[in-house]
Design a protein around this ligand. Structure first.
Ligand code: C2E
Ligand code: MG
Ligand code: MG
Ligand code: MG
Length: 291
């Protein structure tokens, strides 16, 4: 701790630092309570077959229901992911609740898949295989329909452990996609190191794909890379029919984005899916979805 006798400058620094630490501790304490009280809620963003418009499944995205406010991950996820205990608690809770929800949907005849975001700290922790094993034991039906998205908010500090855990999960029937690929830490090297079934093409590269030739170039090379590596490529952030079409031209057949729907609470998601199925069959089962 910086000593106060250093004068105004130090005192200022000291106060700012103290304020920051106080606010961090508050986020942590509040987050643990929010998890316990189910104030951390799961929303579902539809993932759509870009060729025919059918709903393939959803990505699970958390929000913090804080009174009337619905706080998006930007307001807390960095804080949570920088703390191994919190990251593991979140990961375990989301996996368990997503699998329970998926099982319930499968029981009622819905043909769906779910994709869950997992932070690197959780993936690299010794707890991770136990959490996956528990989910499989409690919800065996979800096997083959549950996948992971590995998000990279920090450099990969234990690549060997992460690799072993991913290999093991894939062997159990829970494959992983690399999220936010190319936006921060996740590098081409990760594709060599980690057993990965697919890549998510980030919002950043999809946005402006019609206007910026470098975004088109990146999407094109990712598509080539994915197909050469035998990986699936999933586009996120599709906001218009024109973007959907250009991605389809690149051979990308699965995507999500506000053009289809934002992430929705479970009940709304199923309603949306049913409305959409009705619209699709009213037009023609194999014709691409028209707005
Ligand atoms: P992500 O996994 O890359 O999720 C995609 C983000 O893009 C989501 O933001 C989604 O709402 C947003 N998005 C979807 N469609 C569009 C679109 O058409 N246009 C634009 N501009 N954005 C779109 P969200 O829900 O705020 O999540 C942000 C990030 O928080 C996620 O990025 C993920 O890294 C993290 N996150 C969310 N849920 C979890 C979780 O359960 N666990 C962990 N570890 N991280 C999570
Ligand atoms: Mg994701
Ligand atoms: Mg993503
Ligand atoms: Mg992203």
């Amino acid at each position: 701790r910086v000593k106060r006798r250093g004068g105004q400058g130090y005192a200022f620094f000291d106060q700012a630092l103290e304020a920051e630490i106080r606010s961090r501790n508050r986020v942590r304490r509040d987050f643990v309570r929010a998890l316990d009280e189910r104030a951390i809620v799961l929303h579902y963003q539809p993932q759509v077959d870009l060729e025919n418009g059918h709903v393939h499944g959803a990505e699970v995205l958390v929000r913090w229901q804080d009174g009337d406010a619905l706080v998006p991950p930007a307001g807390f996820i960095d804080e949570v992911e920088s703390d191994t205990v919190l990251a593991c608690e979140l990961g375990r809770s989301v996996l368990e609740r997503a699998a329970a929800q998926l099982e319930q949907w499968l029981d009622t005849g819905e043909d769906l898949r779910l994709s869950v975001n997992i932070g690197l700290r959780h993936l690299s922790s010794s707890q991770f295989p136990h959490d996956i094993a528990r989910v499989i034991e409690r919800h065996p039906q979800v096997l083959g329909r549950l996948s992971l998205e590995i998000t990279e908010r920090a450099a990969l500090n234990n690549p060997e452990r992460a690799r072993r855990h991913l290999e093991w999960a894939a062997a159990q029937g829970v494959p992983a996609h690399l999220d936010d690929f190319g936006t921060a830490y996740a590098s081409l090297e990760w594709l060599q190191t980690l057993p990965i079934a697919g890549i998510k093409l980030d919002v950043k590269f999809v946005r402006g794909i019609l206007e910026h030739s470098h975004n088109l170039a990146i999407a094109t090379s990712m598509s080539v890379l994915a197909s050469l590596e035998g990986m699936q490529l999933v586009a996120e952030g599709i906001e218009s029919r024109a973007e959907q079409d250009i991605l389809l031209d690149l051979g990308i057949t699965l995507g999500q984005g506000y053009h289809f729907s934002p992430a929705l609470p479970a009940g709304d998601f199923i309603q949306w899916r049913h409305r959409r199925a009705t619209t699709l069959s009213a037009t023609h089962p194999r014709v691409p979805f028209q707005d």
